[in-house]
Ligand binder design. Structure first.
Ligand SMILES: [Zn+2]
Length: 161
């Protein structure tokens, strides 16, 4: 998770929403490190998880990443959760919950959905305070005077504290 947090900080420095991810092979070898980059790449799918899956797929020469584990600082959204299933990932570990868009446990439980033909185990809340703090700090200047969140402001875990 510390490496994923480093990636999230790199995202913030680049003006991207600070979410970072790393992906490990079954033997623990690091296959990918990535952070959110939709602004830089003009790519709405460039979430940290998707970019890490692409890197790992290229490294292994296989889109199926059986036995691999993704570590990401924020609960995956619906797009990313589905991508984890398509990659046949073994599991995902995440930091902060995303009460507005999290699709693992907060808003939906996609990884446990019966219509998928593969199960990805999941574990959330790892270093969640650190992960949420990065998001809060990133979005704080974007809040309107008086503390009201702007429409573009992330309102997930910790932002109301
Ligand atoms: Zn996502």
């Amino acid at each position: 998770m510390l490496r994923a947090l480093c990636q999230a900080r790199l995202a913030a420095e680049a003006g991207e929403v600070p979410v970072g991810a790393v992906l490990a092979a079954p033997d623990g070898r690091l296959l990918a490190e990535a952070h959110n980059a939709p602004l830089r790449g003009h790519d709405p799918t460039a979430h940290a998880e998707v970019l890490a899956l692409r890197q790992a797929g290229a490294a292994l020469g296989n889109y199926r990443l059986g036995g691999c584990v993704l570590v990401v600082t924020l609960e995956p959204c619906a797009m990313c959760a589905a991508a984890l299933v398509h990659a046949r990932l073994a599991g995902v570990v995440y930091g902060a919950a995303d009460r507005l868009a999290g699709a693992v446990s907060s808003c939906a439980e996609l990884l446990d959905a019966p219509f998928f033909n593969h199960r990805v185990w999941h574990m959330g809340g790892i270093r969640s305070a650190d992960c949420a703090a990065l998001l809060r700090d990133f979005f704080a200047p974007r809040r309107l005077p008086g503390g009201e969140a702007s429409p573009a402001c992330w309102k997930g875990e910790g932002s109301h504290a």
